[in-house]
Design a protein around this ligand. Structure first.
Ligand code: FE
Length: 199
């Protein structure tokens, strides 16, 4: 008997069903997959948030010595604020925007970010369209996303790897003199940390 395409697709479990099947098999063998998944979900929802990166930026804006340490060794500097990164994020390279240089990050291969500081990557960051075009048409893509940079501004695109993660240090906006660190942090968004927006 020949099986039709329709029969085959009807027999294929959905992604959710397959995840559940693998999870329950791991649980049965005492590997605690459900507990691990719940913990990761909790971290992703409640701990890995862009406000972590925003705190780092605000501190760098008000404390020049911290900014120096942050640019020299990002991983050690964020630890001063009680922020951690997974072991395999071996390097945090902080990219400082200036009056003449604008930085933007991507992962051309997949979706890597410094997620404990920036939050989990948004859908558009994982999209093939962004990953391919931000490299070749960065100025145009940034304009499409609402960031129209002057032609004389140099744009640098940084491609994340498994062990080197990036975070943009945006320019402190004029008119924020005398603001508290907390207030400064409140204007730094996930998109600004990626480099597709400015505070
Ligand atoms: Fe990736």
């Amino acid at each position: 008997m020949t099986m039709t395409t329709g029969d085959r697709s009807a027999a294929t479990a959905t992604m959710a069903q397959r995840v559940e099947a693998i999870q329950s098999l791991l649980d049965e063998r005492g590997l605690g997959a459900t507990a691990i998944a719940q913990e990761l979900d909790h971290q992703a929802q409640d701990e890995w948030l862009p406000r972590n990166g925003a705190r780092v930026v605000a501190r760098a804006w008000v404390d020049a010595a911290f900014r120096g340490r942050l640019l020299a060794d990002g991983r050690s500097a964020v630890a001063e604020l009680g922020l951690s990164m997974p072991k395999h994020h071996r390097h945090l390279v902080v990219l400082e925007n200036s009056a003449t240089v604008h930085n933007v990050i991507c992962c051309t291969l997949c979706s890597c970010t410094a997620f404990t500081l920036i939050g989990l990557p948004p859908d558009w960051y994982k999209d093939l369209e962004y990953r391919a075009r931000i490299v070749r048409q960065s100025r145009t893509v940034l304009r499409e996303m609402g960031l129209d940079l002057p032609p004389e501004m140099e744009v640098r695109v940084w491609d994340t790897t498994a062990d080197t993660r990036y975070m943009v240090l945006p320019l402190r906006p004029p008119g924020t003199e005398g603001w508290s660190e907390e207030r400064l942090a409140s204007i730094v968004t996930r998109d600004a940390l990626i480099g597709v927006a400015r505070p």
